[in-house]
Design a protein around this ligand. Structure first.
Ligand SMILES: [Zn+2]
Length: 397
């Protein structure tokens, strides 16, 4: 991931904020138009029609017209792509939803050479051209990938600006050693490999967690709208952002390493999205053990599992196989016996038939490594080209 800290001047920040606001406005307009559409009705306006409407809206609203047409049109194009992903049965993307002020702040620029460019001005400083803002400085913390064709500028909840250059990560060549690895997602450890390795996704340190809890208590006591409250919220957001950064970094490094070492990578098909959504249940079918499941789900999310799998699919296209997870944790990887009593505890596995003992997650990972590719999304286990759209790459990052 090529993400850099953007360092706009106060005047440039105002321009960037406007861009974010316009992109959000246009996106939400498109969401609203599509919300009224049902199967059987005349189709919702497509991209070209929306562009015509945008021209009209710009004629009517001076504040919109004052903004960058490039930014606004790109937001429509992004929305069209998101809708296409939503209707693609091979793609797990959900329906594009509302973007909220303060939460989803960002815009995208494509067309390097015409709309934007990047240059390095000193050892630690680069500049990127943003429409209407001019050259904006960013921290040159590593080389900008030469193949970058677009970028996305975002502001996080802590008020920090970032720029991410979109490159499709080059597939990592398979080692050609014929080896398959199984990966089991855990909660205590983030992932266990069938080789016996345990992977830990870094989270906040004990000290940082203590600080977070203290800040949260302070926040609960702080008066609404007070300066103190603002400061505390800012500090909390920064801690959270730090945790996210660590998780992303871990997923990048780990996925590259695994893609480099193994020809075939087998993971459980967990459909993380469904799991995290389902705990609360629906109105007709309220979830049971909601609190326990919510805790578990938070752990899964924190472990960065979903991110790791997406990165593996990017870097090892066609080499990742999703395995139906049934019984992987109750089955003995040595003799094949399935017995729930073999699972002694969260971490311990001891086969009731042959006595084979192993870390429970590693035992599951070995079963997954031996698994048969299935039905995850397509049905027949044939590897399909994964979605290699740079925009989605950034959204997932
Ligand atoms: Zn056994």
């Amino acid at each position: 991931m090529s993400r850099y800290r953007l360092l706009p001047t106060p005047a440039q920040q105002a321009v960037l904020r406007d861009h974010c606001g316009h992109a959000r406005y246009v996106w939400n307009l498109a969401v609203e138009q599509h919300a009224h559409w049902h199967p059987g009705r005349a189709s919702a306006p497509g991209y070209l029609e929306q562009c015509r409407q945008l021209t009209q809206a710009r004629a009517e609203h001076p504040w919109l017209a004052a903004g960058s047409q490039t930014v606004q049109q790109q937001a429509l194009r992004d929305f069209a792509q998101a809708m296409a992903a939503f209707f693609d049965p091979q793609n797990p993307a959900g329906r594009p939803s509302w973007r909220k002020a303060g939460r989803h702040e960002g815009f995208r620029i494509v067309g390097r050479g015409r709309q934007w460019d990047v240059r390095r001005v000193s050892r630690h400083v680069g500049q990127v051209w943003v429409p209407k803002a001019g050259w904006v400085r960013f921290r040159w913390s590593r080389a900008v990938p030469p193949g970058a064709t677009s970028y996305r500028v975002t502001m996080d909840r802590a008020g920090r600006w970032h720029i991410a250059f979109a490159v499709i990560p080059a597939p990592v060549p398979a080692p050609g050693n014929g080896q398959a690895v199984g990966i089991d997602r855990g909660v205590a450890v983030s992932a266990a490999l069938s080789t016996g390795e345990m992977l830990h996704c870094p989270a906040l340190t004990a000290r940082e967690r203590r600080r977070l809890r203290r800040l949260q208590r302070t926040l609960a006591r702080a008066r609404r709208g007070s300066n103190r409250r603002g400061r505390v919220r800012h500090a909390i957001a920064r801690l959270r952002a730090r945790e996210t950064d660590r998780r992303k970094d871990w997923a990048e490094k780990t996925s590259t390493g695994i893609a480099r070492r193994f020809d075939v990578i087998r993971v459980e098909d967990l459909q993380i999205g469904n799991m995290t959504r389902s705990a609360r249940g629906t109105r007709g079918d309220p979830g049971r053990n909601v609190r326990q499941k919510a805790g578990l789900n938070r752990g899964i999310l924190r472990s960065g599992w979903g991110l790791l799998v997406r990165r593996l699919e990017d870097k090892a296209p066609g080499r990742v196989e999703k395995i139906r997870p049934a019984f992987t944790s109750q089955r003995c990887s040595a003799c094949g016996q399935v017995d729930r009593d073999s699972r002694e505890s969260q971490a311990g596995f001891r086969c009731t038939a042959c006595g084979f003992a192993c870390h429970a997650d590693v035992n599951a990972a070995i079963n997954i490594a031996a698994g048969h590719a299935v039905t995850a999304r397509g049905g027949d286990g044939v590897a399909r080209p994964v979605n290699r759209e740079p925009q989605l790459l950034l959204q997932s990052a």
